[in-house]
Design a protein around this ligand. Structure first.
Ligand code: GTP
Ligand code: MG
Length: 198
């Protein structure tokens, strides 16, 4: 069985140049602002407040690194989780916004250690153009040792028929709720397996 046993904050970076190389495989959590990136890191690691979350979009402004220890049948394996600023958040000034997007773009394209991009999609709005664009964007530069994983967040807000609709659209969809802790074990096992190409 695969589960997460501990997690700790490592450091924050502004861009790819000042981000240290930890020599450990990384998982980058991506998605629109407010979709629940920081919250899912807290739910996966069972560590409230590890990644700062807020109901105000634009909470995460830096590239934040967390060391997460997985237990695979007694073997302890570290993986780095990377919490990122959301895209599509325009409440800050235009110049700050474009600086963020440039930093994010360079980081995603240059960061050798990223093995998995976890694309978080709000399960209530599962076919927004912004998310489609993110998928297209990632596919433009993804290497063959990298994977994209879609997680559908806030599924506690869906009824049964709305859940079925998401699964019909994406048969491999993983529905998660950070508040209700739904789908969290499945998500962590899927992330682990994708990092190691299993
Ligand atoms: P940025 O850092 O601004 O890009 O946002 P983020 O994607 O990190 O979102 P964050 O985790 O800060 O969560 C945004 C809001 O959504 C907060 O008010 C959370 O409490 C709420 N939220 C996150 N996950 C869930 C969930 O599973 N269910 C519900 N109902 N609310 C959630
Ligand atoms: Mg955040």
């Amino acid at each position: 069985m695969i589960r997460i046993v501990s997690a700790k904050f490592l450091t924050s970076s502004v861009n790819s140049l000042d981000a240290p190389d930890f020599g450990i495989s990384e998982v980058a959590f991506l998605g629109r602002s407010n979709v629940g990136k920081s919250s899912i890191i807290n739910a996966l690691t069972n560590h409230q407040g590890l990644a700062k979350s807020s109901s105000t979009p634009g909470k995460t402004q830096l590239i934040n690194f967390f060391e997460v220890i997985f237990d695979n049948d007694g073997q302890k394996i570290p993986i780095i989780f990377v919490d990122l600023p959301g895209f599509g958040y325009a409440k800050v000034s235009k110049s700050l916004y474009s600086a963020w997007q440039k930093n994010l773009d360079e980081f995603l394209k240059n960061r050798i250690n990223i093995k998995t991009f976890v694309h978080l999609v709000d399960s209530r709005h599962a076919n927004l153009e912004k998310d489609e664009n993110l998928g297209v964007y990632l596919n433009e530069f993804i290497r063959n040792d990298q994977k994209i994983l879609n997680l559908y967040t806030k599924c506690d807000k869906l009824n049964q028929s709305e859940r079925s609709k998401v699964l019909k659209m994406d048969s491999s969809a993983i529905l998660v709720s950070s508040t209700k802790k739904t789908g969290i074990d499945k998500a962590s096992e899927t992330i682990y397996n994708s990092v190691f190409g299993l």
